[in-house]
Design a protein around this ligand. Structure first.
Ligand SMILES: CC(C)(COP(=O)(O)OP(=O)(O)OC[C@H]1O[C@@H](n2cnc3c(N)ncnc32)[C@H](O)[C@@H]1OP(=O)(O)O)[C@@H](O)C(=O)NCCC(=O)NCCS
Length: 218
């Protein structure tokens, strides 16, 4: 809770007007105390922040309620259901001055916490910030699958999450208000192998590289 003001400052630096506010961040912490992780620069400043909650994604998918606002409870994590099997990533932001690999380390910590919480699947919504440059040439339904080389997606944010081992699964109109993406988003997912879901909660308590283990198994 002591970090809230520093997280709000960081959010404004990263997201500008779209930044989460004090209320949203304090609600996230109250709703999911283990679902808020910060990265700290060697000089002591917070340089990255990520938040998630646990929910039953299929219930939202069935009703077609898959925007960021639906899944995150308008950024408050009020959608959190203790014991639910899907981890939903609400936010990931890293400052340009953060040490290299900060974003990957934060995502790795999210996976660790998700496994501790016995999650079976990780889901988050990527914006498509490159779409506005192509929107006059192709519809979103085409753009989200376009590759710049075989196996490498064109959109930089989708590419980023694929680099982390996530797979694009669903295109969502009006996912998140974002001019560059023309409000489109893509849900990307990572499934936890059954063997990890059985032994993972123990592994996740140990100081081991959980991502390296997942890569070997997966
Ligand atoms: C997305 C983010 C966390 C990535 O962190 P990072 O430390 O820059 O990540 P890396 O250095 O590991 O990777 C950079 C890659 O991400 C790509 N990327 C990811 N998100 C991007 C975005 N929104 N816009 C442009 N490029 C993006 C870069 O093009 C680069 O791709 P490349 O290596 O194929 O050229 C960081 O840029 C950030 O906080 N951005 C603003 C907030 C945001 O968009 N968050 C994600 C949505 S929730």
């Amino acid at each position: 809770m002591d970090d809230i003001n520093d997280i709000v400052t960081l959010e404004r630096e990263i997201w500008g007007e779209a930044a989460a506010n004090h209320h949203q961040i304090s609600q996230r912490i109250a709703n999911v105390p283990y679902g808020n992780i910060v990265a700290v620069h060697p000089d002591g400043r917070i340089c990255g922040y990520t938040a998630f909650c646990m929910l039953n994604y299929d219930e939202y998918a069935r009703q077609g309620h898959c925007s960021w606002y639906d899944l995150s409870g308008k950024g408050t994590a009020s959608t959190h259901v203790p014991g639910a099997s899907d981890l939903f990533g609400i936010n990931l932001g890293v400052t340009p001055w953060a040490p290299k690999d900060t974003s990957m380390r934060l995502l790795g910590e999210v996976v660790r916490e998700g496994i501790r919480a016995r999650g079976r699947r990780g889901i988050l919504g990527a914006r498509m910030p490159g779409f506005h440059k192509y929107a006059d040439r192709m519809p979103a339904h085409e753009y989200w699958k376009v590759e710049r080389k075989p196996g490498i997606l064109l959109d930089p944010e989708l590419r980023f999450y694929c680099k982390f081992g996530m797979k694009p699964v669903r295109l969502v109109e009006d996912y998140f208000e974002d001019a560059d993406s023309l409000n489109w988003g893509v849900l990307v997912e990572m499934r936890v192998p059954w063997v990890v879901s059985v032994f993972g909660p123990v592994l996740a308590r140990l100081p081991v590289d959980i991502m390296a283990i997942l890569e070997k198994i997966g």
